[in-house]
Design a protein around this ligand. Structure first.
Ligand SMILES: CC(C)(COP(=O)(O)OP(=O)(O)OC[C@H]1O[C@@H](n2cnc3c(N)ncnc32)[C@H](O)[C@@H]1OP(=O)(O)O)[C@@H](O)C(=O)NCCC(=O)NCCS
Length: 331
């Protein structure tokens, strides 16, 4: 892409959540917790949980189909699929392969990437830079997770947070001067890899009777430390991206952060002096769906007419790694 004569446009957005609703009251019948505790500590009221027969690729394919419809583009016009997930259908092959098959898009390249809950920003940057190549014109970026399959339902400090869902966007190279991806800023620090991880099932500790007995195939988290670093790193990256684009928060119409905890959103808003009316929240209905949460929030608010075409949106994400990122986009 020639820097000044072309740009990356978000042609379509789609999202999907499973039908089954799991409320805080439902959870309180399963473990020692309460609606009051979950609501006041996290902002979550209910979340969606996929059916046993639904895998991550099923959720992703539904979201992708809706994004293609929204973009008014046929599957045959997509040149590449990239998919961010931390709960793949299988370890091999990539979940993107299953989505490709479901959508009948055989032949084009596709791959998964692992940036956990910062997947939307990482995916935007991968797509944006790949669209520099004349080989790609339309890229399907999908983020999706069936987190209910990797959380420990005996750990009340994590299982109340996470949920299932998928989001997709179609990104296209177009002549400059149209709304689209304005800037993306990424960061990470592997020194924090121990505060949010799944210890076993990989090459470090292959699956064994012992690892299963020790519940090491489930997600583990130091909630307080993740909270602290999320506010710090996401806040820094969102502030930096505004600064390097000579923008103030007054010029931003909507702020869409990773939907992890409403208290994190309040802390970011306070730090960057963002009025809470500008902050899009879907966490109360959908919980933390990892990388898809930002796409879900954008799609939900757009379909309700709260986000209008052409408005400037600031996004911020953070996740296991620790990874973080921010992006400025116009739909
Ligand atoms: C997980 C999180 C909600 C916990 O909130 P917190 O205010 O830090 O709570 P604490 O972990 O300090 O626990 C406080 C008490 O509540 C208890 N508790 C934990 N989960 C509970 C639950 N579901 N219901 C009731 N009590 C619970 C703890 O056992 C603890 O009890 P104790 O004081 O007797 O030991 C919060 O730390 C958080 O959201 N962190 C960020 C996580 C995140 O965003 N992860 C996603 C990354 S992509």
């Amino acid at each position: 892409m020639k820097q000044s004569s072309e740009c990356v446009v978000i042609k379509g957005v789609g999202s999907y959540v499973p039908e089954r609703v799991l409320t805080n009251d439902d959870l309180s019948t399963m473990m020692d917790t309460s609606d009051e505790w979950i609501r006041t500590r996290t902002g979550i009221r209910e979340r969606r949980i996929a059916a046993d027969y639904e895998a991550t690729s099923d959720l992703c394919a539904r979201a992708a189909q809706l994004a293609l419809e929204d973009a008014k583009i046929g599957a045959a016009d997509i040149d590449l699929i990239i998919l961010g997930t931390l709960s793949p259908d299988m370890l091999i092959p990539a979940t993107a392969m299953f989505v490709q098959r479901k959508l009948g898009m055989e032949g084009i390249p596709c791959f998964d990437f692992g940036a956990a809950c910062s997947g939307f920003q990482y995916g935007l940057e991968i797509a944006r830079t790949m669209l520099l190549s004349p080989q790609y014109k339309n890229i399907l970026l999908i983020c999706g997770d069936k987190l209910s399959s990797i959380i420990d339902w005996q750990d009340r400090s994590t299982c109340i947070l996470f949920a299932d869902g998928a989001g997709a966007v179609v990104l296209s190279r177009e002549p400059a001067g149209q709304p689209g991806v304005i800037d993306v800023l990424l960061g990470s620090n592997g020194e924090h890899s121990d505060i949010l991880n799944i210890p076993a099932g990989g090459s470090r500790e292959p699956a064994s009777e012992r690892t299963i007995r020790e519940r090491k195939h489930y997600l583990r988290m130091d909630g307080r430390e993740v909270f602290r670093l999320a506010v710090q790193k996401m806040g820094e990256s969102m502030g930096k991206i505004l600064e390097r684009n000579n923008l103030t928060i007054n010029e931003i119409s909507h702020v869409v952060t990773h939907q992890a905890n409403v208290r994190i959103m309040h802390a970011i808003a306070e730090r960057l002096r963002i009025p809470m009316e500008k902050v899009c929240i879907t966490l109360d209905k959908f919980g933390n769906t990892s990388a898809s949460s930002i796409i879900l929030a954008i799609d939900h608010h757009r379909r309700q007419g709260i986000i209008s075409p052409g408005e400037l949106i600031l996004t911020g994400g953070f996740g296991a790694g620790l990874t973080w990122g921010a992006a400025i986009i116009r739909l």
